[in-house]
Design a protein around this ligand. Structure first.
Ligand code: CA
Length: 241
């Protein structure tokens, strides 16, 4: 039975969430502030956190930062009224595994919570040695060789242009996390220009969409999915269990 810590200062919401999650067979512990939450985390093991940001005293983001440096791999779902794109990016970049804004749908919260805990239970990917002996990463049927800048899908080499490779490597390195458009554009700008293309070929969101489209087609044969995260960017979803 998984144990969840709910950090929420709205007593009514805390009660409602606790009741619902207990019905789903979770062990639930609660805290109304960052200080209380830190004390709970120091005294018992939990499998995940539902974290409000607007809390009395210290902001919920402080708990996220603390948890990220003290408890490796602890999944955190932010549940907050802060619904700006900047807030969401900030929360996800600070290491939150998911971000839901209030008002929220209880069933969606439950589904995303379960998905987050499932992901936490399985390793995102396995580090292995590639044929070249260099560092490589395998996700499902895809294996990429970071040193050779090459990828193999289901045993077959994947033909990738330079930019497709850089996009794929970024998505693989951050599998299950949001990769923003700016992240990809920055990686492209840092890399050499695509052979056979004018160095000045525009690096913008339209170009990115074209590359994402091409990469999706090349990954068609796999169970890997590049999701559009509306308003944020893209995410390589972990293979379905
Ligand atoms: Ca609050």
């Amino acid at each position: 039975m998984a144990t969840l810590l709910i950090v929420e200062d709205d007593a009514l919401l805390l009660d409602a969430l606790t009741g619902q999650l207990q019905q789903l067979d979770f062990n639930v512990c609660t805290a109304c502030s960052v200080a209380e939450a830190t004390a709970v985390l120091q005294s018992q093991a939990v499998d995940g956190i539902i974290l409000d940001l607007g809390l009395p005293g210290a902001d919920g983001m402080e708990l996220l930062t603390w948890a990220r440096t003290h408890i490796a791999g602890l999944p955190v779902l932010i549940l907050t009224a802060r619904d700006g794109i900047d807030d969401r990016i900030h929360g996800l970049n600070a290491g939150a595994d998911d971000y839901i804004t209030k008002p929220f749908n209880m069933q969606e919260l439950q589904a995303r919570l379960q998905a987050m805990l499932r992901r936490a239970r399985q390793p995102a990917f396995t580090q292995a040695s590639s044929a070249s002996g260099g560092p490589s990463t395998a996700i499902g049927s895809l294996q990429i060789d970071h040193g050779q800048r090459s990828a193999v899908l289901g045993g077959e080499p994947l033909e990738l242009t330079q930019r497709e490779w850089e996009l794929l490597e970024l998505l693989v390195n951050r599998c299950g996390e949001v990769v923003t458009r700016d992240d990809v554009l920055a990686a492209w700008r840092a890399g050499p220009p695509e052979p056979g293309q004018a160095a000045a070929a525009p690096l913008n969101s339209n170009a990115l969409e074209v590359y994402v489209h091409r990469l999706r087609r090349k990954l068609d044969a796999s169970n890997l999915v590049i999701r559009n995260i509306r308003g944020l960017g893209y995410m390589l979803a972990r293979p379905a269990e």
